[in-house]
Design a binder for this molecule. Structure first.
Ligand code: G3H
Length: 481
């Protein structure tokens, strides 16, 4: 509720994935701590957001568009002033390279600015009047209420803000819970939130999600749930709401994006894009390529080159120049990846690259697994880490059937230099996923492009203008001529 309060409760100590030398050998470095609020404190924050919304009569939901934009522009200025601090925290908390942490910050500022521009268009559209069958109408967009916003660890700033900012701009009030890994980096921005928005509009709660989120959902006072995370968690949370039909869910969820290398592919290009797509930020991207289907006619050339390129990738500390692979922030991930590799080997796959799958503290060396089949975990599970499962095929129906039967439907990459083959495949593919990338890796950006998915991959579209529409309702004021 816009108050800074002294904290006497429990705290969570944050360990960086970056290890340092101690008397006991290499250990994860302590980089800070954050408060763990209790369920009743989380409910107090909820009351602040509910009161600030005040059934749509609060200062924020009734404020003019120009004033809401001014508040956000003031916030953005203060955020830019904190860039250095936030970027270093991204790097230390989640092990993202310094260069990519800067990119994440800059991309977020660009997203805010583009969203403000898109909001001006929404406003221009709202100020138009239409006359139809004797009725004069002003069609506008109105807020939805209290938004519970949760982002992921892999883009703790950017992905959070791509929901939080449009939700705020449309006049909603917010309860924001930062991700467990990627929480400290929001600290430098709390004071700016307090200074730029009316009391209770923007509330940040720190705590164990399993303790503090259920009472919020069970209260029935959350109007919008927005989560970038797993479909399992999203479904559990939705069920907690007493009137789920009144809850709007804006979700970016699981993905198992497949790359398809046909016999007509440019192998050099396919390998370059598949390495980037599979292993950027150690494969910890929802848009990462998480399985590759390669035609048997080009399989040997593709695997030989892929192995050579993966073996060349540079491991290192996130601040090192040109570093590509960095430490992993989730403590249980190395064991999970090891289990996936053992399961694949037990079912007939080999690790093709030197050191593939080996671990060194919080580092995991990427592993190319071949030949992968449907008995293996890596065939269907979203590994969210540096594993490259490769499936050989003779008939293009094999990858198409994979996409048809997958629980996911975010993106796919198709590699071919044959225009007829591409023309034949595009419709079947784009009717299974929400984006088909021709001769390039899967990715979200540029952020103006629709970012969504089919099946368990998404609910709603989170690109610049679409997100404003997601966090509002089309409404109107009408009168007779
Ligand atoms: O984790 C999901 C991100 O939105 C991916 O974004 O494709 O730009 O890495 P990116």
């Amino acid at each position: 509720n816009g108050e800074m309060v002294a904290w006497n409760g429990k705290v969570h100590t944050v360990l960086s994935p970056i290890c340092i030398k101690t008397d006991n050998g290499l250990e994860r470095r302590v980089i800070g701590s954050y408060p763990l609020c209790t369920p009743s404190e989380a409910l107090q924050s909820l009351e602040a957001a509910v009161n600030a919304y005040n059934d749509g009569r609060g200062e924020w939901p009734t404020m003019s568009v120009g004033d809401r934009i001014a508040a956000l522009e003031k916030f953005t200025g203060k955020m830019i002033a904190k860039k250095d601090e936030v970027v270093k925290l991204i790097m230390w908390e989640i092990g993202k390279s310094y260069a990519d942490s800067i990119k994440e910050f800059d991309r977020t500022v660009e997203y805010i600015n583009a969203t403000i521009d898109a909001y001006k268009d929404v406003d221009r559209a709202s100020s138009r009047f239409v006359i139809e069958q004797g009725i004069i109408g002003q069609i506008r967009r109105s807020p939805l209420g209290v938004v519970l916003c949760m982002g992921p660890f892999n883009y703790p700033l950017n992905e959070t803000f791509t929901t939080l900012i449009p939700a705020l701009l449309m006049g909603n009030t917010i309860l924001f819970k930062p991700p467990k890994h990627g929480a400290l980096l929001h600290f430098p921005l709390l004071e700016a939130f307090r200074e730029c928005f009316p009391k209770g509009v923007m509330n940040t709660i720190y705590g164990p999600g399993s303790d503090i989120i259920p009472p919020l959902m069970e209260s029935g006072k959350i109007n919008v749930l927005t989560l970038i995370g797993s479909s399992k968690v999203a479904n559990q949370l939705k069920k907690m709401h007493p009137k789920v039909n009144r809850l709007r869910a804006i979700l970016g969820l699981d993905a198992k994006n497949a790359a398809i290398i046909t016999s007509q592919a440019d192998i050099e290009l396919a390998v370059k894009e598949c390495v980037l797509g599979s292993l950027s930020f150690n494969g910890q991207r929802c848009t990462a390529i998480k399985i590759i289907f390669v035609h048997n006619a080009v399989k040997d050339a593709f695997l030989e080159r892929l192995t050579a390129e993966v073996e060349k990738l540079k491991f290192g500390m996130p601040w090192e120049k040109d570093v590509f692979l960095t430490p992993l922030p989730e403590p249980n991930k190395p064991q999970y990846l090891k289990d996936c590799i053992e399961d694949a080997i037990a079912n007939g796959a080999k690790v093709l690259n030197e050191n593939g799958g080996k671990t060194n503290h919080t580092f995991v060396f990427p592993a190319i697994l071949f030949p992968v089949n449907d008995k293996m975990k890596v065939y269907s599970e979203e590994q969210f880490g540096p594993l490259i499962p490769v499936v050989p095929f003779d008939d293009i129906e094999t990858p198409i059937q994979y996409l048809i039967h997958s629980e996911h439907g975010q993106q796919t990459s198709l590699f071919s230099n044959d225009a007829d083959e591409l023309a034949h495949l595009i419709d079947p593919l784009v009717n299974q996923v929400s984006r088909v990338n021709i001769n390039c890796q899967c990715q979200r950006g540029p952020d103006i492009f629709p970012f969504t998915g089919r099946k368990d991959s998404a609910e709603a579209t989170l690109s610049v203008g679409d997100a404003l529409r997601a966090f509002s309702i089309r409404s109107m004021v009408a009168t007779k001529q």
